[in-house]
Design a protein around this ligand. Structure first.
Ligand SMILES: [Zn+2]
Length: 154
């Protein structure tokens, strides 16, 4: 999450809403669930909606796409996504589609969060893949970064 916060700061410096993400890959043995290799950061990203004029340029969305290229596989089964703000419907949707194993996020997003706040995509029984979610990691810091950004813009 510290690395995701670094990414969020990069976004802020570029005048973007400060949200950052990293993807950590740790292969596991299918039968035992035990790790078979060291955990590794394989992708990182920060919000770039303004620069790219792209509403899909969210931190975790970009990081997941980069991770798919890094693994040469659209399945992110052994991946954990760390992101400073609770993912939106689109990003939670990609997590579901790409079969991530876990998402860890910092601040909750009561106005748009899809992993617990408005929706709970990760545990929807109607979908064919569900994943773990750990909310509230370094929540204060993630939130403070967003608050400061919006304060200076007003
Ligand atoms: Zn999103």
């Amino acid at each position: 999450m510290r690395l995701a916060l670094e990414e969020a700061r990069l976004a802020a410096q570029a005048g973007e809403v400060p949200i950052g993400a990293v993807v950590v890959h740790q292969p596991r043995d299918r039968a035992t669930g035990k790790p078979t290799a060291e955990a590794q950061v394989i992708a990182r990203g920060h919000n770039q909606c303004e620069a790219l004029k792209d509403a899909s340029a969210h931190a975790e969305f970009s990081a997941m796409r980069e991770a798919e290229q890094a693994l040469d596989n659209w399945r992110l089964s052994d991946c954990t996504i760390y992101v400073t703000l609770e993912p939106c419907v689109m990003c939670a949707g990609l997590m579901q589609r790409s079969r991530v194993s876990r998402c860890v996020y910092g601040a909750a997003d009561p106005k748009g969060g899809a992993l617990g706040s408005l929706f709970a995509i990760h545990q929807d029984q109607r979908l064919n893949h569900r994943f773990q979610v750990t909310p509230g990691v370094l929540e204060e810091e993630c939130q403070a970064l967003l608050r400061r950004f919006f304060q200076t813009r007003r």
